[in-house]
Design a protein around this ligand. Structure first.
Ligand code: SAH
Length: 218
């Protein structure tokens, strides 16, 4: 059994990480507070215990990654979360991003296409603390039509294009934050859906994600 311990040292490293994110331009206090609260080292192999609070991505199972804290903070800030927002996340991965959303008070619906990663939810440490996270095994390009509409959609893998079904599943006035391929890396976009079903697009910094792939991997 893995031992989970959040020591003063971990808490100190987390505060330093929050300061760094502030310096890098993250200003949403709810986002910074969530990062300060959630022990990121619980989401990584215990071998990464000491370096879990460096601002970098790490390998998890199935050849995937846990996003860099700056990326998590950046995407979450762009979502402009309100308490009880119904949020669809594509790419559960380590569940770290979903936990940050849940800590801020969102109702999270998260989809993962890698069976091995989906099954990690059985051991999800914060299951009792965040019953507001619901896990799904499936293809994010399809979204979750039965649970739509969503107030917000967040894609945590490199999308080749803006998936039309995910735009459909957004409520009018809702927002989607999505890194879209642009050659070697991705441009972070925020889409705001209009009453007539069309959307406005805003463009932000460039990032580097693992690819968003079609279909499921059993
Ligand atoms: N949000 C994650 C980041 C994981 S990396 C975290 O906080 O750790 C991106 C994840 O997206 C990977 O786990 C990958 O398997 C998943 N993914 C890629 N394409 C997908 C798709 N079409 N549907 C669902 N998940 C997808």
């Amino acid at each position: 059994m893995r031992k989970y311990e959040d020591t003063y040292q971990h808490k100190g490293l987390r505060r330093q990480l929050v300061n760094l994110l502030r310096e890098k331009g993250i200003s949403d206090e709810a986002v910074l507070e969530a990062i300060n609260t959630i022990p990121r080292h619980y989401f990584l192999d215990s071998a990464f215990d000491k370096i879990a609070y460096e601002d970098r991505a790490f390998a998890i199972a199935a050849g995937q990654t846990i996003s860099q804290p700056y990326t998590v903070a950046y995407q979450t800030q762009l979502l402009q979360l309100k308490k009880n927002d119904k949020v669809l996340e594509i790419g559960t991965g380590s569940v770290y991003q979903a936990t940050i959303l849940a800590e801020i008070g969102a109702r999270v619906y998260t989809i993962e296409r890698q069976k091995k990663l989906y099954e990690l939810q059985k051991d999800y440490y914060f299951k009792k603390k965040y019953p507001n996270i619901k896990f799904f095994f499936g293809d994010g390009f399809e979204g979750l039509p039965t649970f739509a509409p969503f107030d917000k959609v967040i894609i945590t893998a490199a999308a080749p294009f803006i998936p039309p079904k995910l735009v459909q599943q957004l409520r009018p006035g809702g927002m989607m934050v999505i890194p879209v391929d642009e050659g070697d890396n991705q441009r972070m976009l925020r889409i705001t859906k209009k009453e007539d079903g069309s959307y406005a697009e805003e463009s932000f910094e460039k990032f580097s994600f693992v690819p968003m792939l079609t279909g499921k991997n059993h």
